[in-house]
Design a binder for this molecule. Structure first.
Ligand SMILES: NC(=O)c1ccc[n+]([C@@H]2O[C@H](COP(=O)([O-])OP(=O)(O)OC[C@H]3O[C@@H](n4cnc5c(N)ncnc54)[C@H](OP(=O)(O)O)[C@@H]3O)[C@@H](O)[C@H]2O)c1
Length: 268
C-alpha cells in the first residue's frame, strides 16, 4: 500500500485485535483513539486525514455503554452518529474507503427470525438509535465507498465484556441469575477483526452482518462460561429481561443473518 490504513478506536476490545492483526500482516497502519483524534471533532478528523491521507479507514470507535447511553444521550449521539459523519465526510473528500462497525441493536428484535442486511432498522434505545443514525449518515455521505459491518455480543481478551464479568462473579457467588429471553450469537473479537481485515482485502462494499455461528441466550452462555472456567460449584439460574430492569431496552431476538464471510463457530 502506498497510503496507510487509519484505525480509529485502536485501544478498544475490537480495535486492539485489529491492531494486532494489521501489525502481524505488516499493514501500514496509523492507529488513533480519542486522545489522538476525537471523532466528534470535525477539525481533528480533517487534520488527521490531511496529515496521513489514508486509503482505508476502519472505525472501531464508539460509545458502547448501552445503559450509560440512556442518561448520556447527547454524548452517545456525538460519538456514534456525529463521529461516523465526520469520518465519512473526510473519507469522501480524501477518496478513502470507510469501514464502519455497527450493531444488531439497530433492530427491535421482534422479527423472530434472523435479520438480514437490508431489513428496516427500528432501534429501541439511545445506543441503538445513535448507531442507526451513524449508519444512515455513512450511507448518505459516502454511498459507494463504505462498508458497514454489523456484529453482536462481542467478547475478547481486552476490555469489559460478558465472559470476564461472569468469570469474576463466579469467583464469589454460588448462584448467578442471568436473563434467558435474549437470543444472539456471541462473537469472539479476534474472529471479527480477522473477518474485517478480510473484507477490506476483498473490497467489500455495502452492509454486512458478521458474527460467529450459533445462537444462544445470555443464561446458556453464562452456564457454558461457568462450566469451563470455574472450579467452584456455581448455579446459573434464569430470569427475564423484564425482571432485570436495566435502563436501556434490549432487542429480545437480535440474531442477524451472516451473509459472508463464514467465521469459525464459537466453542462447542
Ligand atoms: N461490545 C459489543 O458487544 C458490541 C456489540 C455489537 C457491536 N459493537 C460495535 O463494535 C465496535 C467496537 O466495539 P468495542 O466493544 O470494541 O468498543 P470499546 O471496547 O468500547 O472501544 C471503543 C473505543 O473507542 C474509543 N472512543 C470513544 N469515544 C471516542 C471518540 N470520541 N473518539 C475516538 N475514539 C473514541 C474508546 O475510548 P474510551 O474507552 O477512552 O472511551 C475505545 O477505545 C463499536 O462500533 C460497537 O458499537 C460492539
Amino acid at each position: 500500500m502506498d497510503k496507510p490504513l487509519l484505525l480509529v478506536g485502536y485501544k478498544g476490545m475490537l480495535g486492539t485485535e485489529l491492531m494486532r492483526i494489521l501489525t502481524e500482516s505488516g499493514t501500514w497502519t496509523v492507529p488513533v483513539d480519542v486522545d489522538e483524534m476525537d471523532v466528534t471533532s470535525s477539525e481533528a478528523v480533517i487534520e488527521t486525514f490531511a496529515n496521513h491521507r489514508p486509503s482505508i479507514v476502519i472505525n472501531a470507535s464508539a460509545f458502547t455503554d448501552v445503559d450509560g447511553c440512556e442518561s448520556k444521550a447527547d454524548a452517545a449521539h456525538r460519538v456514534n452518529a456525529l463521529g461516523p459523519e465526520n469520518l465519512a465526510r473526510a473519507a469522501a473528500d480524501n477518496g478513502s474507503v470507510l469501514v464502519h462497525v455497527s450493531t444488531d441493536y439497530v433492530f427491535d428484535g421482534t422479527k423472530g427470525i434472523p435479520y438480514k442486511e437490508d431489513d428496516s432498522m427500528n432501534p429501541l434505545g439511545v445506543y441503538g438509535q445513535s448507531k442507526a443514525d451513524g449508519e444512515k449518515r455513512v450511507r448518505e455521505i459516502i454511498p459507494e465507498n463504505h462498508c458497514i459491518v454489523r456484529t453482536q455480543w462481542l467478547y475478547g481478551l481486552h476490555g469489559k465484556n460478558f465472559v470476564d464479568t461472569i468469570m469474576r462473579l463466579a469467583q464469589s457467588n454460588d448462584v448467578l441469575r442471568i436473563v434467558n429471553d435474549q437470543y444472539g450469537s456471541p462473537t469472539y473479537a479476534p474472529d471479527l477483526a480477522d473477518a474485517l481485515v478480510k473484507l477490506v482485502g476483498m473490497r467489500g462494499r455495502g452492509t454486512f452482518h458478521v458474527t460467529n455461528s450459533g445462537l444462544t441466550t445470555w443464561c446458556d452462555f453464562a452456564r457454558r462460561i461457568v462450566e469451563r472456567s470455574s472450579r467452584r460449584k456455581v448455579v446459573v439460574e434464569s430470569m427475564s429481561t423484564e425482571e432485570l430492569q436495566r435502563p436501556a431496552p434490549r432487542p429480545l431476538y437480535g440474531s442477524i443473518k451472516v451473509a459472508k464471510p463464514s467465521l469459525k463457530p464459537f466453542p462447542a
